[in-house]
Design a protein around this ligand. Sequence first.
Ligand code: NAD
Length: 302
Amino acid sequence: MAPRTSTSTGDEPVQTSDRIQPGRMPAQHLEPGEQEADLELQPRFKAPDYLGSQKLKGRIALISGGDSGIGRAVAVIFAREGADVAIIYHSSDEDAEETRRHVEEEGTRCLLLRGDVRDREWCKQAVERTVQTLGGLDILVNNAGYHKHVDSIMDIDDERLCETWEINMGGYFRLTQAALPHLKRGSSIVNTGSVTGLRGSADLLDYASTKGAIHAFTKSLASNLLERGIRVNAVAPGPVWTPLNPSDIPAQEVAEFGRDADMKRPAQPEELSPAYVFLAAPSCSSYITGIVLPVTGSVGSI
Ligand code: NAD
């Protein structure tokens, strides 16, 4: 008998909790300017089964890409753990306001910072405004990201190549450089990588390359900052139901999104966010640095 490589042999989405997560996505493409609020199936970010226990009490976190998707879920769960949160976002004001509302409902403060992580000066200002408004900085979550599927490497011109690298990798560098003077022993950086950075991706050549680089950056920076007592780790998500893919791929492919995971469905953002708490909170992970934690819905690490 051939060895089984998957937990599932059928075609049905796999559920691993009493909270049943959506198995099939709607065939909906998001047009430019549309945001999370426009998704027919709203991503689940509230993590109602997750009870906070003050793991981040009194801490201040800055999260790039915090208005929607994974970043929103992280903002809300960090607030549930007692952190004040500043979120960087590019353009979706309505999404950002919704995130602020949910953070404040958890009982902590939320600062919205609209801008572009490609702009070094703006990144510095975002960090300074966080420190001045919220009173310091303890946790940086580098999470803002961009991708566009293409069939061939020949379709990636210099402009496109630079854009992907400037947002995904350049943004992480710039925010880290701006944040570092404020971080101290016990502080933590959590980067969002990707399963595409572990496995590669045939139609996300430039994006997958940035994600592999983010994993190497995570390990390198962890070594570089070790003596200062600042930990650096990454989460590598598999497919997650957020605006990112519906904004990029055609509607009929959106309907299939996540089916190639062993669990045959995408994650909801609330299935990712606890991993960020784990890596950010010294009470959970004080002896862990330089790891890339896969949260992929597939068996094994890659
Ligand atoms: P999302 O669309 O909700 O988030 C992307 C965020 O990036 C948005 O908040 C947007 O404002 C921000 N952003 C984009 N360009 C920016 C710029 N120039 N300046 C400032 N902010 C900018 O999607 P998401 O899926 O939650 O993505 C979050 C992270 O997760 C990304 O790094 C993405 O690569 C990664 N990821 C996502 C998936 C997935 O399937 N959704 C899988 C693996 C990794």
